[in-house]
Design a protein around this ligand. Structure first.
Ligand SMILES: Nc1ncnc2c1ncn2[C@@H]1O[C@H](COP(=O)(O)OP(=O)(O)O)[C@@H](O)[C@H]1O
Ligand SMILES: [Mg+2]
Length: 154
């Protein structure tokens, strides 16, 4: 097997409250592999994903993400939360722009990438809409478009 893009070895997480959310989790994900984490509510799925995305520090174990930042300077890991977490005051296009903006791209520089991302989730034509004008599923698709720029787009 080729070297994994994501490798997690013996990762554990104990929160300050004393809750052990995760113990001895190990996982390897190869390039192009599609992996789903399944388990009962509260078993530590989100905690593991947050650790891999760098949003949480593990208490034990090691993990490595062997991917480079994208050409736009975005971090190599995108993260779509369970809630769409869109900015209600910003248009669909401006919401998708957020990570590109944080990576230093002007709205004009990011224009093609934003269009490509919205097309990829079936939301071409909704650039100027506000989150309140979208259905729940459409909001989630904007959230996916925002955090997962396709490799060729930017
Ligand atoms: N920030 C936190 N502080 C304390 N406990 C937490 C925190 N986040 C999650 N937990 C606890 O860790 C356990 C695993 O949570 P989580 O990873 O969200 O589970 P899952 O995504 O599998 O439903 C739960 O018992 C939850 O209450
Ligand atoms: Mg969860």
């Amino acid at each position: 097997m080729s070297s994994p893009v994501i490798s997690v070895e013996g990762v554990g997480k104990r929160f300050d409250s004393g809750t052990v959310a995760l113990a001895n989790a190990s996982l390897r994900v190869a390039h192009g592999e599609f992996v789903a984490l399944l388990g009962p509510s509260g078993c530590g799925k989100s905690t593991l994903l947050r650790i891999i995305a760098g949003l949480e520090q593990p208490s034990d174990g090691r993990f490595e993400v062997a991917a480079r930042p994208t050409r736009a300077g975005l971090p190599p890991v995108g993260f779509v939360f369970q809630e769409p977490t869109l900015m209600p005051w910003a248009t669909v296009a401006d919401n998708v722009w957020l990570p590109l903006r944080l990576a230093g791209q002007s709205r004009e520089q990011a224009r093609d990438a934003i269009q490509a991302q919205l097309r990829s989730v079936g939301l071409a034509g909704f650039e100027g809409a506000f989150p309140r004008e979208l259905s729940g599923g459409m909001k989630m698709r904007v959230s996916i478009a925002r955090w997962s720029p396709s490799p060729g787009c930017c």
